[in-house]
Design a binder for this molecule. Sequence first.
Ligand SMILES: [Zn+2]
Length: 109
Amino acid sequence: MYTPCPCCNSGRVITKNIGRTTGGVIGSVGGAASGAAGALSGAEIGGALGVVGGPVGIALGGIAGAILGGLFGGAAGGLAGATIGEQLDERVLNNYECLECGHTYSVNS
Ligand SMILES: [Zn+2]
């Protein structure tokens, strides 16, 4: 998206993406946490299924459930957080910074 500086009309403009970065981190942490919670029930299910396979089956089922829950939770949370943060960047934060005059601004202002 080409958005010249409203101050000096320069095209040398960078996007800071603070919201997207922050949102991604927060989302990853939150997602991993909820993923970990899901992993506990995943571990229970895996453990229940693994009873057939004995102690090793219980352990493997629990570990697999925990890993999958954490990974998917973190990835999904990070994606959701980044999307929300991107909206924040676009609408709330001054996401654009002019390299010529140092002016910061958002698209809507
Ligand atoms: Zn400028």
